[in-house]
Design a protein around this ligand. Structure first.
Ligand code: FRU
Length: 479
């Protein structure tokens, strides 16, 4: 199917040519986040530090700002800050992936890069088929497809996808997101000695297993890795009911900390904890880099959530990835820290040591703009502290009720919508603002809020309200 593959790839490049002038004109085009050249981007895929270069692939529909038969787009970087566009890696050209080269992962083996991904197929009657496929590359840039290595085992529906592969001891393991025939979401483990022949071990976590009751009809994009003497499973369940401030988005992403017994395939774990408290975070993927850091990218988007209401759609693109975050496990809780390389972006500094705030809508000289890093340290809040970002997002700290809230203007009205999280003693905030995104890291990544937002492109105002004391640093960013 090389002809069909080349054909699709040529069409995708034509689409970029045709529409990129519109993307470039968009005031909401992001300056330091990964976004698609045109079309729709979703999950990060194949995330790997390979031969001294970071390679990051992504789910991509080049033809529309809607979901469809996904390609794998590809960027690479040496420093996690500056990214280069690489040639399209995978196109949905073959019988086993004709309706989408869906999400998957990368590993290095004997100097080659191996991609495992899901071939999504709809037959003539619209029935879904799923194949876990392999593609191999000698250089990390051009890939040769080798077709399915796993067919759907019994006991699951065709919602069976997103292989993440890693090595443990002298064996390879793969975790897959799945739905059982009883329509329960689970994460399924496989093992292999040679990367070609895979042995189905079974579900290691999921709805109805261990303490997880009513825990979703489908689990997507599982990612399992060890941290110290623990194992962590990150997963994106679908079908959780909102519970107080929890599970407020249509789909969730969170993690389970425990210990996987590789012999028996039993994963004993604690309770599910949401990874991000904002509006736009899903299907993250992590990798271990050459410095020994576990680095995570998430999709800074959400499926089915008014995707067409993003104003970027008028400019022929939609969605982005989060900043890269280093994961650290502290007391069984994952902290997410923006990688230290991001300090490379820092330019002019405006600093307000020992600042005493008292009043509403206070502007600090130089603390305004469209893209910036804002750092607040040694924060002491008396009652309430609030930061308004460009009249389109608002961060509120309520120490009396141990809560932090992020509000944003809805995409198609002037009303605000909110997300909340429980946290006591908020001592520091690190906020990254891009043209149309906000990421807030609280207490060195103990809690994180990620969201897209769409301020008036001309508005540069950052306003502080409440009664609080803090050290404030604001950096302009050089892009
Ligand atoms: C998650 C997801 C994956 C799937 C991909 C398709 O956002 O639904 O389960 O592989 O997106 O684009």
């Amino acid at each position: 199917m090389k002809d069909q593959e080349n054909n699709l790839i040529r069409k995708a490049y034509e689409e970029i040519k045709k529409k990129q002038h519109l993307v470039k004109k968009d005031p909401y085009r992001l300056k330091f986040h990964i976004m698609p050249p045109v079309g729709l981007l979703n999950d990060p895929n194949g995330w790997i530090d390979y031969k001294g270069r970071y390679h990051l692939f992504y789910q991509w529909n080049p033809f529309k700002t809607a979901h469809g038969a996904k390609f794998w787009g590809h960027y690479s970087s040496v420093d996690l800050v500056h990214w280069e566009t690489e040639p399209i890696a995978l196109a949905p050209s073959d019988w086993y992936d004709k309706n989408g080269c869906y999400s998957g992962s990368a590993i290095e083996h004997q100097g080659k890069m191996y991609l495992f991904y899901t071939g999504n197929v709809k037959d003539d009657n619209g029935n879904r088929e799923t194949y876990q496929c392999l593609a191999i590359s000698d250089d990390g840039v051009t890939f040769e497809k080798h077709g399915p290595v796993i067919h759907l085992p019994e006991g699951y529906t065709a919602h069976f996808r997103d292989p993440k592969v890693w090595k443990h001891g002298d064996q390879w393991f793969m975790i897959i997101g799945a739905q059982t025939v009883e329509e329960k979401g689970v994460a399924v483990l496989f093992s292999s000695k040679d990367l070609w022949n895979w042995n189905h071990i079974g579900p290691i976590a999921g709805n109805g297993l261990q303490q997880l009751e009513d825990f979703g009809y489908m689990w997507e994009c599982p990612d399992l890795f060890s941290m110290g003497d623990k194992d962590v499973l990150i997963v994106s369940p679908q079908g959780l009911e909102p519970k107080g401030d929890l599970y407020q988005n249509i789909f969730q992403t969170g993690y389970l900390v425990g210990k996987l017994d590789y012999q028996s395939g039993v994963f004993k774990h604690g309770s599910f904890i949401e990874l991000d408290r904002g509006f736009d975070f899903y299907a993250p993927q992590s990798t271990l880099d050459h410095k020994g850091r576990r680095i995570l990218f998430g999709w800074m988007g959400m499926a089915d959530n008014e995707e067409n209401a993003h104003p970027t759609v008028q400019h022929e693109w939609v969605h982005a990835l989060t900043l890269p975050r280093e994961l650290v496990l502290q007391n069984n809780k994952l902290y997410q820290k923006p990688v230290s390389e991001l300090t490379m972006l820092r330019d002019e500094l405006h600093s307000f040591p020992d600042y005493k705030l008292e009043g509403d809508h206070v502007a600090l000289p130089g603390v305004d703009g469209i893209i910036m890093e804002l750092n607040i340290d040694q924060l002491q809040v008396d009652e309430k502290f609030e930061i308004q970002f460009r009249h389109a997002a608002i961060l509120q700290i309520h120490p009396k009720i141990n809560k932090v809230s992020l509000g944003r203007k809805k995409f198609n009205s002037t009303d605000y919508e909110y997300r909340h999280c429980s946290i006591s003693n908020v001592g520091s905030l690190d906020v990254y603002l891009d043209t149309s995104s906000i990421e807030v890291f609280i207490n060195g990544g103990e809690e994180v809020f990620s969201a897209r937002f769409y301020p008036d492109p001309e508005n540069e105002e950052i306003l502080f309200s409440g009664k609080a004391e803090f050290h404030l640093k604001k950096w302009d960013l050089k892009i």
